[in-house]
Design a protein around this ligand. Sequence first.
Ligand code: SAM
Ligand code: FES
Length: 332
Amino acid sequence: MNFSDNELKILIDRSDCEQLLFQKADKVRRQHYGTDVYIRGLIELSNYCKNNCYYCGIRCGNKEIDRYRLSKEEIMSCCEQGYGLGFRTFVLQGGEDVYFSDKIICDIVSSIKKIYSDCAITLSLGEKTYSSYKAIFDAGADRYLLRHETANPAHYRQLHPDSLSIENRKECLWNLKKIGYQVGSGFMVGSPFQTTELIIEDLRFLQELQPDMIGIGPFIPHKNTPFGQHSSGNLNLSLRLIAILRLMFPHALIPATTALGTITQNGRELGLTVGANVVMPNLSPVKFRKQYELYDNKICTGEEAAECRKCLEKRVKAAGYNIVTHIGHVKK
Ligand code: SAM
Ligand code: FES
């Protein structure tokens, strides 16, 4: 569906017609994906990061956390466990950790692919050069998640230090597309200084990019960041945006994010009922979970992978949908 800026403004700002919006979005979701919910096993490789994004709990300026990185053996063992639990996509996410050179990442990716040839590998490791992205793609990676964070240059400056730019972020996204990755982008809802006009710019950028995956979730403050005193993004605004995205991008893979489940107990279930069709339970070793704290009070930091999987199964069922064991590519 195509909306004018005026229509978007009304849909974003007004809660009085949101029930209708939610119903429409669910109808569109069911037309394309039925009640299927795809699961992605999230493996948080490292909480080292050379960047210093003002919102992020693992920014290099946060001296209060213990840093960790997983070994190849630990990563392979997460995949083994995940495969047994029905995961057919592994998402390797982390801060921009210089230890993970192209050579190391390519070796990890090709080793996973060799054993689990029926699985997709998604990476979410931040900004890299064209040649790095290409080498990792050639090693077997299928998808890449890189939220644009905000499409507006001035707002981007308010959220990031000068070493990062929206121009480079967007160029990375275009490069990923050119190489042949299935690409995911997105933004935080309620990030400091965000306005309705800025959200409309984000939606317009996504229309230009035409990503396969769109991840949005509420901003949540982390106490050891410059934005520690800001308030969290709003639940219903986050839900309205998921629904708007479903209508604008009927085929997209849209996760009900952990951040949504953190701001309210049944946030992920609510996300599923308004258009989301993906959940990303954590497969990282429990002993490191707390250290990958992007924001305060992040959920699912104490449970084993099998427990998380079972818990989500129940939650998804209760919301009226079904987790499927499937590679879960985008349906076009
Ligand atoms: N380094 C990679 C990157 O930059 O894309 C991946 C890791 S980064 C922590 C993953 C995502 O977490 C970011 O794109 C950002 O939108 C989200 N994030 C970071 N801090 C957050 C916060 N305080 N609240 C909500 N989401 C946050
Ligand atoms: Fe690097 Fe957040 S600042 S992952």
